[in-house]
Design a protein around this ligand. Structure first.
Ligand code: FPP
Length: 228
């Protein structure tokens, strides 16, 4: 779809735990269902011509969860990285991890670097995967890297050119599932003018038609960017 109205859409994938609880399943199985939904939704965004997708898979705060849950999430990320080609079904997607990699194991860091290198020439869509991502950390990271280069008088443009998603325009639309009305430290610099769409649908239940609904709602809104 060449005239897709969205250049960049971001998702706060919330509700895996509640989805599992409703079925009396362990939370880990909610995340597994969430990983399936993630692939379904990313593939759909690609198919309708979205230029960039950012997802919040693991926040800087998520380390506070039980070790068993954190380990299960990292297993899902690792499995996704290892099978990304078949999982993306030959779609030309460039994968970029956003977030602080410092606490990751050496082997996980290497995996990320490899997959980023392997996909760096894929040019139809960028998929930004937020793992140990925090919006405030994103801004600090950008500012510190500018200071390290001796930059003074830092401008908005400098920061926009240095944040983790700098290869793409700011998101037009941020979708949050699970019915919570919060931005939760996600893309706080980039979301200055993003439209927000919140749905009660739990992330593992998210379907292609739910993305269509979000886009329809987005198209109804008049975007003025502070003007009249
Ligand atoms: C928030 O829901 C969700 C997360 C902390 C994890 C999101 C991760 C995925 C959807 C898996 C992504 C997989 C890949 C391969 C990128 P919650 O568990 O806090 O839900 P709750 O609010 O219902 O408890």
């Amino acid at each position: 779809m060449p005239d897709c109205p969205l250049k960049h859409v971001a998702f706060i994938m919330d509700g895996n735990g509640r989805w599992a609880k409703k079925r009396r399943l362990p939370r880990e199985l909610g995340h597994k269902a969430g990983a399936d939904a993630f692939e379904r939704i990313v593939n759909y965004c690609y198919d309708i011509g979205v230029g960039a997708v950012t997802v919040y898979a693991f926040s800087t705060e998520n380390w506070k969860r039980p070790k068993r849950e954190v380990d299960a999430l990292f297993m899902l990320f690792t499995e996704f990285i290892d099978h990304y080609v078949e999982k993306l079904k030959h779609r030309s997607v460039r994968l970029i991890f956003i977030g602080d990699r410092e606490p990751f194991s050496e082997s996980f860091r290497k995996r990320i670097e490899n997959v980023e290198k392997k996909t760096e020439n894929n040019d139809k869509m960028i998929l930004y995967l937020g793992v140990n991502y925090g919006g405030r950390d994103d801004i600090c990271h950008a500012v510190n890297s500018l200071i390290a280069e001796g930059k003074t008088n830092i401008t908005e443009e400098d920061i926009s050119n240095r944040i983790y998603t700098s290869l793409s325009p700011d998101p037009d639309l941020i979708v949050r599932t699970g019915g919570e009305y919060r931005i939760s430290n996600f893309l706080i610099w980039q979301s200055a003018y993003s439209e927000l769409y919140i749905t009660d649908t739990l992330w593992p239940d998210m379907k292609e038609s739910d993305v269509d609904l979000a886009i329809q709602e987005f198209m109804k809104r008049e975007r003025r960017f502070g003007g009249l």
